[in-house]
Design a protein. Structure first.
Length: 447
């Protein structure tokens, strides 16, 4: 349970992240099914939509993404510092604590015990304090490893990792402590909720991408300076964007304007990151077909670019008035967490797992099936939710705010959403099977 073997903590985080991913997408599919068949599991209170939805979201963020990205970080940091991880047992403790938090979160949310605020559903004080302890353990391990490095160059991936490990404990502490009420509570909720993606998932994902890309194509990153420009502009602009979720709400107009301006400014760091990635790819595009991890990474980077172009657009008041409280916003969330950073995490798993096990993947063909099913399901869902949200905005005026008329007029979108979920779930079951066979079985002879 607390092995000192090199990379054993990274491997444990990776294994558990895949298990939580399968559980989370099954919960998401169950919730999506309820839009079409409202009586499905209707007599099971702990599987009501209001409980399934936060279980799905929190398990995706803290079970799949947090643990998958942590697995990659704990593998990459020793590689870039040319030293062993400071403490493998400390990494194992962090992994078991992460599992305990996610499992306890699922149980409490299923029982209806929640703080009732988006992305802040885990109960105070037990799970929130445990999460802060987990973040502290990971930060100590990473910073201590970097402090002992024998490599003089401080690579840009390490900048992103260190930044995220400073920002996230502050964000989580501020966002989850129940010391606020009214409008202040709403402001703090979205300061935390938006930056959970912007200052935790995003820096980890970008830092991992900056490591995977040069290693996969065996070429240097196009520009170290551009990568640092992207780091500092994320730090400068992302932190102020949360209030764009409260436009036309009872918050000061100046605060809304700050959020809109900061959202528009986010175009700069995403353009810098994507430009750096695609300029690095010059002359190496043949690897896109042969390297599955590269395929996931580049698709994820494209989705990241679209996310950070769509976000500033929908923060504009003229559009926000039309799409707020609609499926458009849900589609935007899936664009960030599924199409962008889940794909980056998949890229990390496909790159790292053979290096952890010393064996190739069980089946490249299954990996290709995972890629195409996930790509099809993700983009079908995102496009469906985006168009659905636009139609909901139109129908809101047609039906004068009568919700049941809008539900009846948009049922086909919910059917498409459920079908897209079937593609996604199928892809993740194939992925989990391929991971399990790669860990325990012999490599397939025919790939």
């Amino acid at each position: 349970m607390f092995s000192r073997e090199p990379n054993s903590a990274s491997a444990r985080f990776l294994h558990w992240s895949v298990l939580w991913l399968v559980f989370a997408v099954l919960m998401g599919l169950t919730a999506a099914t309820k839009f079409i068949f409202p009586d499905f599991l209707a007599h099971t209170p702990w599987l009501a939509f209001g409980r399934l939805r936060p279980i799905h979201v929190n398990t995706i963020i803290f079970g799949w993404l947090q643990m998958g990205l942590a697995a990659a970080m704990l593998y990459i940091v020793p590689q870039l510092t040319r030293t062993r991880l400071y403490s493998e047992p400390l990494g194992h403790i962090a992994c078991w604590l992460n599992n305990l938090i996610v499992a306890a979160g699922i149980i409490t949310l299923a029982l209806g015990i929640t703080q009732g605020k988006e992305y802040e559903e885990y109960v105070w004080p037990y799970l929130d304090l445990a999460m802060l302890l987990l973040l502290l353990l990971v930060a100590v391990n990473v910073f201590a490893t970097i402090a002992r490095r024998t490599e003089p160059q401080l690579y840009v991936s390490l900048w992103y990792f260190m930044g995220s490990l400073i920002w996230m404990p502050l964000l989580y502490g501020i966002g989850n402590f129940p010391f606020y009420s009214g409008v202040n509570d709403a402001n703090v909720n979205w300061f935390y909720g938006h930056n959970l993606i912007g200052l935790w998932v995003t820096p980890l994902g970008v830092g991992i991408g900056y490591y995977l890309l040069p290693k996969t194509i065996n070429a240097p990153l196009f520009s170290h300076r551009l990568s640092l420009l992207g780091f500092w502009t994320i730090a400068l602009f992302y932190v102020w964007t949360g209030a764009h979720h409260l436009i036309y709400g009872p918050v000061p107009l100046w605060l809304q304007n700050v959020a809109i301006i900061s959202s528009l400014s986010m175009i700069l760091p995403v353009v810098v990151v994507v430009l750096n990635v695609f300029l690095t790819m010059r002359g190496h595009w043949s690897a896109f077909r042969s390297e599955l991890s590269l395929r996931f990474l580049l698709i994820g980077m494209v989705a990241y670019m679209i996310t950070c172009l769509q976000g500033p657009l929908q923060s504009m008041r003229w559009l926000n008035a039309h799409i707020h409280f609609t499926n458009w916003v849900v589609g935007h969330a899936h664009l960030a967490l599924l199409a962008a950073f889940s794909f980056v995490t998949f890229a990390a798993v496909y790159f790292i797992l053979p290096r952890l096990t010393g064996r190739p993947w069980h089946s490249r063909r299954l990996g290709a099936w995972h890629f195409w099913l996930t790509l099809l399901g993700a983009w079908l869902m995102i496009i469906d939710l985006t168009i659905s949200g636009w139609d909901q905005g139109n129908l809101w005026f047609v039906f004068g705010g009568q919700g049941i008329g809008i539900v009846r007029a948009t049922w086909v979108y919910y059917l498409t959403r459920m079908l897209s979920g079937l593609f996604i779930v199928s892809g993740q079951l194939i992925f989990a099977f391929n991971v399990a066979r790669s860990l325990r079985g012999r490599p397939a002879e025919a790939n």
